[in-house]
Each structure stands twice: as structure tokens, then as C-alpha cells.
Design a protein around this ligand. Structure first.
Ligand SMILES: Nc1ncnc2c1ncn2[C@@H]1O[C@H](COP(=O)(O)OP(=O)(O)OP(=O)(O)O)[C@@H](O)[C@H]1O
Ligand SMILES: [Mg+2]
Length: 272
């Protein structure tokens, strides 16, 4: 784990220029969770497309070094990975792959031994990508994988918005709270919102948000916002199997509608 000071410097570095109004920079949204397998990658990919459909320029970074799969969800085979950038064999623009509705994707390097062995360098490469590209996009969405890792924590802590995903499972809820606690512990004013995925009903999702927010208020004296929910929807499995994002394959499904709603809320919030 990095020392706190190093980490703070990196966060300052990532945050630098954000206050400069003449220089329009992408908003950074980090999607994370306590427990794995709660639907982060499916959510972030479809959210990226929903926002692109509304005219935003989106960069989607797959920073899940262990179990990345945005490329698999799209059936694309990236030519280069971040390890090529680390070796200085290519420039950042060569790394980007075009996705549906014009989104740009930075695929991850899962299973790449060179990356695994050089996490510090990997983190620097991610920062380089971010610095090089943040003036070209409206939003940069980053899939950080489950839990807290040394190489993505600074991105999460510097994000304009941190979206924590949970499902109704007690284990996922407990892990989401643990993650939220760590985020509040590591930085003063994180903007954290919750998305409940695989809920049976909207009421179930609301109850889960209320429960977690109450605990956050009681024990941490902080608050998190409710970004919305995604119902349990068998169309998602089908979309995964067909390697076509749900929002394109089944635009009228209830899960697509809820992801569109979440995209609309984010854009609305940023306009206010
Ligand atoms: N709303 C949903 N309804 C039904 N199935 C879903 C839903 N969301 C995700 N899934 C299924 O859950 C599984 C896990 O989804 P996904 O890979 O997006 O999770 P993840 O949080 O990114 O996992 P990991 O922590 O391993 O990166 C997938 O098989 C997907 O089809
Ligand atoms: Mg994932």
C-alpha cells in the first residue's frame, strides 16, 4: 500500500486544473463495489452508451487488472494493451478502441504478467492516459474492479463521482458499506452514490439504499446519494452471451430503461 503522502500527491496531481473553467476537462466517474460479480462491468458499459446516445463524448477505461472484460462483452480483440504503453512502444491514441455509439474504450491488460509485476508503472500509465485525454472527452468512466487496489485507489478518490454498486444480497450490502467506510476514511468529501443492481422491485432497491445510508449517517456522520437501481433482467445474460451491450440489443428492456434513467440523472445533476 502506498504511503498516505504519496497517495495525496497523486490525487492532487489528478485533480490539478479541475478548477480552471477555461479548460474544459472530462468529469471522472469511478464505478466500484465491495463484493465482486455485482454487475459493475455490464452497468458501466451500458451507462457509457446511454450517455453517448445523449451526445456526450465518453472514454471508458477498463482498469480491472485481474478480471477485466469490457472487450469480451463487446467481442473485440484489442491490438495493444497498457503494457505496450508502459514499454513506450506506442502512444496513448493507439490504445483506444472504438465501441458502440462512438464511445472510446481503453481495454485492460488482464492476465498480463508484465502489468501484474509492475503495478506502480501501471498506475503511472493510467495517469498518463487520463492526463493526455481528459480535455478530449466530456466524461471518463473507469471500471476499477471490486475492492480497493493500490493502482486504482487514487482514481477512485479523485473522481468527481464514485458509484458503488451492490445487489440485494446481504454479503454484497455488507461489503458495499465496508467500501464506503474506507472511501470516507481515505478522503474528506467523496461524492458517493449507490446503485442497487439485480433488485426485484424499485421498493426493494430503495429500502437497501435507505438502510445503507442510515448506517453511513449513524456511524460515519456522512451521507451518500441514491443514483437508482437496475432490475434483475434475464436479457442481460443473453446480451453477454451475444457480446452485444444490452442497451443496443434490447433497448426497450426494463434494465435498459433504468440504465438510461441513471445516465439522464447524471447529466441532469451536472447541468445544475
Ligand atoms: N441486472 C442484472 N440482471 C441479471 N443478471 C445480471 C444483471 N447485472 C449483471 N448480471 C449478470 O451478473 C454477472 C456479473 O456481471 P458483471 O461481470 O458485470 O459484474 P462485475 O461486478 O463487473 O464482476 P467482477 O467483480 O468480476 O468484475 C454477469 O453474468 C451478468 O450477466
Ligand atoms: Mg467487472
Amino acid at each position: 500500500m502506498e504511503t498516505n503522502n504519496q497517495s495525496k500527491n497523486l490525487q492532487k496531481f489528478i485533480k490539478s486544473d479541475k478548477g480552471n473553467k477555461n479548460n474544459k476537462l472530462a468529469k471522472l466517474i469511478a464505478i466500484t463495489s465491495g463484493k465482486g460479480g455485482v454487475g459493475k462491468t455490464n452497468f458501466i458499459l451500458n451507462l457509457a452508451i446511454a450517455m453517448a446516445i445523449r451526445g456526450k463524448k465518453i472514454l471508458l477505461i477498463d482498469a480491472d487488472m485481474n478480471l477485466s472484460n469490457i472487450d469480451v462483452l463487446l467481442g473485440i480483440y484489442p491490438e495493444y494493451t497498457l503494457s505496450n504503453l508502459m514499454d513506450e512502444l506506442i502512444t496513448v491514441d493507439k490504445l483506444l478502441v472504438e465501441g458502440p455509439r462512438g464511445i472510446k474504450i481503453l481495454p485492460a491488460s488482464s492476465g498480463d504478467i508484465a502489468v501484474m509485476q509492475n503495478q506502480k508503472q501501471y498506475q503511472q500509465a493510467l495517469i498518463q492516459v487520463y492526463m493526455d485525454l481528459r480535455s478530449e472527452f466530456d466524461y471518463i468512466l473507469i471500471d476499477t474492479g471490486a475492492g480497493i487496489s493500490d493502482y486504482t485507489i487514487d482514481f477512485v478518490l479523485s473522481a468527481d463521482k464514485i458509484v458503488v454498486i451492490t445487489t440485494p444480497e446481504p454479503t454484497a450490502i455488507t461489503d458495499a458499506y465496508a467500501m464506503i467506510k474506507v472511501l470516507f476514511y481515505r478522503t474528506k468529501f467523496p461524492n458517493i452514490s449507490l446503485v442497487v443492481n439485480m433488485a426485484q422491485t424499485e421498493d426493494e432497491a430503495k429500502n437497501i439504499y435507505n438502510k445503507i445510508n442510515l448506517i453511513v449517517q449513524h456511524f460515519l456522520n456522512k451521507t451518500i446519494s441514491n443514483l437508482g437501481f437496475i432490475p434483475l433482467d434475464k436479457n442481460i445474460k443473453e446480451a453477454v452471451n451475444d457480446q452485444i451491450p444490452l442497451i443496443i440489443k434490447r433497448p426497450r428492456s426494463i434494465a435498459s430503461a433504468s440504465i438510461h434513467n441513471i445516465g439522464i440523472s447524471i447529466l441532469k445533476e451536472d447541468k445544475e
